[in-house]
Design a protein around this ligand. Structure first.
Ligand SMILES: *[C@@H]1O[C@H](CO)[C@@H](O)[C@H](O)[C@H]1NC(C)=O
Ligand SMILES: *[C@@H]1O[C@H](CO)[C@@H](O)[C@H](O)[C@H]1NC(C)=O
Ligand SMILES: *[C@@H]1O[C@H](CO)[C@@H](O)[C@H](O)[C@H]1NC(C)=O
Length: 404
C-alpha cells in the first residue's frame, strides 16, 4: 500500500512538473510575441521624445533587431551612407488592398509641415485611394539651424496621417540626391505593386485628376511602354550648359561634373516613372559618383548610359505661378474654363494647391468649357510678364525655402 502511494505521489509530482514546464514554455513564446507588441507600443511612446540631430534616431524597425539579415544589408545603406536608417517608416503599400495605379512620392523639406497639410487638404489620402493612388512624403532629419519643427512633431504628424518616410541623413540642399534615391528605392522595392511612380516636389501645384487620366490612357494606348523598364515622362530639359561661374549658385566644379553640357533630363518638379525603371536608376546610382543636383543626376546622368528615352510632357508645365492663379480665377466663374496647364510652382502660396485642385476637379465631370486659343492663359492672365521655364527650379525653390 505504502509503495503504491509513493508511486502515485511521484506520478503527481511528475505530472505537475510537466504541466509547469508546458506553462513556462508557452509563456516564453508569449513573451516573444508580446515583446514585438511592446516594441510597437514603445515606438509610439517614443513619438514624444525630441531627437536632436546628431543623436542616433530611435529605432522604428521591429524586425531589424532579431532577424539575421544578410539580404537586408543593402537596406542599411543608402548610396555611400553606411548608417542609413528610416526614422519614420510605417506606411505600407501592402495595406492598400485595391489595384494601385500610382504611388506619389513627394520630396518635402522636413520643416514644410504647412505644405504637407496643404497637400492633404487639397486631396486626402482617402480620396486618392478611391482614385487608385497613394501618397508618401519624403523627409530627411532636422538640421541644426531649423528651429520651427521638432522630431516629436514629426512623430505626431506620422501618428495622425501615417504618410511620412523619413531618412536619418540631414536635410540639406546638397543632400537632395540621397532623398531622391531613397524615394525611388522605397517605391521600387516596397511599393512595387504600383503601376506608376509619380515624383513631385512639395511646393508644386499639380492636377492629379489630369494625371490619372493621362496614366489611364497611356496604359491603354502604350501598354508596352507603361510596363517596360524604360518609362520616364515629364518636362524635358535639353542641353543645359554646366555653369562654371563661381559666383553663380549653380556653379559646378569640373571635379563634380567634367562635361560642359548635361545630358537631357527631367525637371524634378514632377515626373512619371514606374518601379522597374526606378530600380534600374537606383542600381545605376549605387555605381555612379553622387552629384548634388538631384534631378539632373537621376533623370540625366544616371539615365543616359541606360538609354532610357524621355517622354515629353513640356506643354503641361508653367513656371509662372500667376498663370495657375488665373486658372483658379477662371475656374471659379459661372462658365468655368479649363486650365491649359497642369503643373507649376506654388509661388510661395501653400494654399494655391488646395484652390487649384478643389476648382479643377469639376472639369473631370465635364463641367468646364474648352479654352479657346485667343483666351489662352498667356494672353489673358494680367500681371504675368514673362514665362519662366523650369530650370533646376526644384532645387532653386528648395534653397529659398531651406534658408527660411
Ligand atoms: C503609422 O503609425 C501611426 C502611429 O505611430 C499610426 O497611427 C498609423 O496608422 C500608422 N500608419 C500605417 C499606414 O500603418
Ligand atoms: C548630408 O547628410 C549627411 C548625413 O546625415 C551629413 O553628414 C551631411 O552634413 C549632410 N550634408 C549637408 C550639406 O548638410
Ligand atoms: C559620399 O559621396 C559624396 C560625393 O562623392 C562625398 O562628398 C561624401 O563625402 C561621401 N559621404 C560619405 C559618408 O562617404
Amino acid at each position: 500500500m505504502r509503495l503504491r502511494r509513493i508511486i502515485w505521489k511521484l506520478i503527481l509530482i511528475i505530472a505537475a512538473f510537466l504541466i509547469a514546464l508546458v506553462i513556462v514554455l508557452n509563456n516564453t513564446e508569449n513573451t516573444t510575441n508580446s515583446d514585438e507588441f511592446l516594441t510597437i507600443l514603445r515606438n509610439t511612446k517614443e513619438d514624444n521624445v525630441v531627437v536632436t540631430p546628431g543623436e542616433p534616431p530611435p529605432k522604428m524597425h521591429l524586425l531589424d533587431e532579431r532577424k539575421p539579415k544578410p539580404a537586408k544589408a543593402q537596406e542599411r545603406q543608402l548610396l555611400n551612407l553606411t548608417n542609413f536608417e528610416y526614422m519614420v517608416d510605417n506606411y505600407s503599400c501592402e495595406n492598400y488592398k485595391k489595384e494601385l495605379m500610382a504611388i506619389i512620392i513627394v520630396t518635402s523639406y522636413v520643416g514644410h509641415d504647412e505644405l504637407r497639410s496643404a497637400h492633404r487638404n487639397a486631396i486626402s489620402q482617402a480620396k486618392l485611394s478611391e482614385m487608385g493612388m497613394q501618397r508618401v512624403f519624403l523627409l530627411a532629419s532636422i538640421p541644426r539651424r531649423e528651429h520651427f519643427i521638432t522630431q516629436s512633431q514629426i512623430f505626431n504628424e506620422q501618428q495622425r496621417f501615417g504618410d511620412l518616410l523619413q531618412g536619418n541623413f540631414l536635410e540639406a540642399y546638397r543632400n537632395l540626391s540621397y532623398k531622391h534615391i531613397m524615394g525611388l528605392e522605397w517605391a521600387a522595392r516596397r511599393c512595387s505593386k504600383a503601376k506608376f511612380i509619380i515624383k513631385i516636389d512639395d511646393d508644386i501645384v499639380y492636377d492629379v485628376f489630369h494625371l490619372k487620366r493621362y496614366l489611364e490612357s497611356l496604359e491603354l494606348e502604350n501598354h508596352e511602354l507603361t510596363t517596360s523598364n524604360a518609362l520616364l515622362a515629364g518636362y524635358i530639359l535639353d542641353e543645359k550648359p554646366v555653369i562654371r561661374n563661381e559666383q553663380n549658385k549653380w556653379y559646378v566644379s569640373p571635379e563634380e561634373y567634367n562635361f560642359n553640357v548635361y545630358p537631357s533630363y527631367l525637371s524634378g518638379w514632377l515626373y512619371v516613372t514606374n518601379p522597374k525603371t526606378a530600380l534600374r536608376l537606383v542600381d545605376q546610382a549605387y555605381n555612379t559618383p553622387i552629384f548634388w543636383i538631384d534631378d539632373t543626376w537621376v533623370t540625366g546622368i544616371l539615365r543616359e548610359p541606360l538609354h532610357i528615352p524621355l517622354q515629353r510632357l513640356n506643354s503641361w508645365f508653367s513656371a509662372n505661378p500667376d498663370f495657375l492663379q488665373c486658372c483658379v480665377r477662371d475656374l471659379k466663374k459661372a462658365n468655368a474654363m479649363e486650365c491649359e496647364f497642369y503643373v507649376g510652382p506654388n509661388g510661395g502660396e501653400a494654399k494655391l494647391l488646395i484652390e487649384f485642385l478643389h476648382n479643377v476637379e469639376k472639369c473631370y465631370y465635364d463641367e468646364c468649357l474648352k479654352r479657346p486659343k485667343e483666351q489662352s492663359i498667356k494672353n489673358t492672365c494680367v500681371g504675368a510678364v514673362k514665362r519662366i521655364l523650369p530650370d533646376h527650379g526644384n532645387a532653386e525653390i528648395k534653397m529659398v525655402s531651406l534658408g527660411r
